[in-house]
Design a protein around this ligand. Structure first.
Ligand SMILES: Nc1ncnc2c1ncn2[C@@H]1O[C@H](COP(=O)(O)OP(=O)(O)O)[C@@H](O)[C@H]1O
Ligand SMILES: [Mg+2]
Length: 508
């Protein structure tokens, strides 16, 4: 498979690309042999997507060269990349919701000169043929809006293959998939490689690299650290190459005896923006000294559940109790005053005011209390002092209370939020996707913070799309499906395939 002697299918040399003062790619070189699966590994913000956007013609590099099959090329735009055999599936799919699978696949490449119906029939035929050849099952007539995320991803892949791509760039393709869908994608990738496709796989997940990749290029802060043969790599060696230090994979957790129920959710019904019951009779409790993890596929009511818990979305029926007090329908401020803190899902929109300093963000929510203000006048010195203490304790970088939150890295933004929320010593902590988009170093930090809260007798509700995270951290694991808790298990009493089955709406 990997013939390193052969002319590389792709050779990028000395690629540099800056956005303003950020050097996203700093003289990066990458060689991908024909027919190999080449993983790109790096922390968030390392420059992986930028490098692939350059290969896909979306940005010109500031300097550097690209050779395809040994020939020097300049790739201006995605259509030229596609003509050169390169297809890319982005992190956020770019399909037309209201079109069928087949229409999306041929979009922009429809056979001309025929009537609408005939053209559609041809499209369906082409898609059936293509999906059989590459083992990508899709229903060509299904409307994209109605199909699962896994299927949408297959449609994106087919779209590239329809354009005869023999190089496929997949940007974090497994982030949105269930375990079963991940297994299927791995099978699909193997089939594609058997048919001669070259794959560049961007992922954070070391296990996937070990399972599928031939070689792996590690990028750190815009530079290539190393390219390794995956056969001789371990998750530990890859992780430390990625972050530049040793990484611990397991969080130390004391065995604790959970105490009284601190958070009780009882028959909760919450409507989403479209008026549908996104949370549809969910019941769940979290005790002192335990982490309860909620596993589920995106869009099964997780966001609405969290919004209802923190008081920003109306509860239609059912109750929420914090330490026996009914907080249903209270304002976010009162909920917080009753001891419920939260790490919000969207840290840029809900968690932080990006234009404000770290110090101002850290005091948000309690800025009207003493000693931070008196008689309506803010006490800047106290605010600064509090921030300096939290920055130290939570290792926020840079350690400057006046630094604007919007200029921090994702990991440090998350630290500011956690510092603020945990800094008030809440009894209940609701953590929604607390590590989404963070790198392993920052993830390790967040996980330790959650376990520390648990060990101190707090109740932690963890809502995450990352099943590994839920399984690693939780004392009990609940599965949410279509707004209901469809199963709840003690730690270690359930495997990921069973959870995956429930997450997909299967029966026990
Ligand atoms: N279009 C853009 N404009 C400004 N900055 C960008 C743009 N795209 C990426 N960046 C910055 O470049 C760096 C690398 O980003 P990216 O390539 O997306 O990293 P990765 O995919 O490894 O997470 C980050 O600091 C990011 O904020
Ligand atoms: Mg990226």
């Amino acid at each position: 498979m990997t013939t390193q002697q052969a002319v590389p299918r792709i050779e990028m040399t000395g690629i540099t690309k800056a956005f303003g003062s950020v050097v996203a790619n700093d003289s990066i070189s990458l060689r991908v042999a024909p027919g190999e699966v080449h993983a790109l590994l790096g922390e968030n913000g390392a420059g992986k997507t930028t490098l692939m956007n350059i290969l896909y013609g979306l940005y010109p590099p500031d300097s550097g060269q690209i050779r395809l099959n040994g020939d020097r090329v300049a790739i201006h735009g995605a259509s030229e990349a596609i003509r050169l055999g390169i297809g890319m599936v982005h992190q956020h799919f770019k399909l037309v919701d209201t079109f069928t699978v087949a229409q999306n696949i041929v979009l922009g490449r429809e056979r001309v000169g025929a009537f609408g119906i005939l053209r559609d029939a041809q499209a369906v035929e082409a898609v059936v043929e293509l999906s059989a050849k590459f083992g990508l099952r899709v229903d060509p007539l299904a409307v994209v809006r109605d199909v699962s995320v896994g299927t949408q991803q297959r449609v994106e892949i087919l779209k590239a293959l329809y354009r005869r791509a023999d190089v496929l760039i997949l940007d974090e393709p497994t982030a949105v998939l269930t375990p079963q869908e991940i297994d299927e994608l791995m099978d699909i990738m193997r089939l594609l490689v058997d048919q001669g496709t070259t794959i560049i796989l961007i992922t954070h997940k070391l296990r996937e690299i070990i399972a599928i990749a031939d070689r792996c290029t590690v990028i750190r802060r815009g530079k290539v650290v190393d390219t390794v043969d995956v056969g001789s790599a371990t998750p530990r060696s890859l992780a430390s190459a990625m972050v530049g230090r040793e990484v611990l994979f397991t969080v130390d957790r004391k065995t604790t005896e959970p105490g009284d129920v601190r958070l009780a959710i009882d028959g909760l019904v919450v409507r989403n923006a479209r008026g549908l019951a996104a949370v549809n009779g969910a019941s769940l409790s979290v005790r002192s000294g335990e982490i309860v993890g909620v596993a589920g596929v995106d869009g099964n009511g997780q966001s609405e559940l969290v919004e209802a818990l923190v008081g920003v979305r109306r509860v239609e029926s059912g109750r929420i109790l914090v330490d026996q007090t009914d907080v249903t329908g209270m304002t976010p401020k009162s909920v917080q005053a009753h001891g419920l803190a939260s790490i919000p899902e969207d840290r840029q929109r809900r968690g932080l005011v990006l234009e404000y300093s770290i110090a101002d963000n850290m005091v948000m929510g309690i800025h009207d209390r003493a000693p931070y203000s008196r008689g309506g006048i803010l006490n800047e010195r106290e605010i600064h002092r509090r921030a300096a203490g939290l920055i130290e304790r939570f290792d926020v970088r840079p350690n400057d209370p006046e630094y604007p939150a919007g200029s921090l890295s994702g990991g440090n933004q998350q630290k500011v939020i956690i510092a603020r929320e945990v800094g008030n010593d809440p009894n209940v902590l609701v953590a929604a996707q607390p590590t989404r988009g963070l790198d392993v170093g920052a993830i390790e930090f967040v996980h330790r913070a959650l376990v520390e809260q648990r060990d101190r007798g707090k109740a932690v509700l963890l809502i995450s799309l990352d099943l590994d995270e839920v399984m690693n951290l939780s004392d009990r694991i609940a599965v949410i499906y279509e707004g209901k808790i469809v199963g709840i298990f003690e730690r270690g009493r359930v495997d990921e395939h069973h959870l995956g089955l429930l997450m997909a709406g299967g029966r026990e």
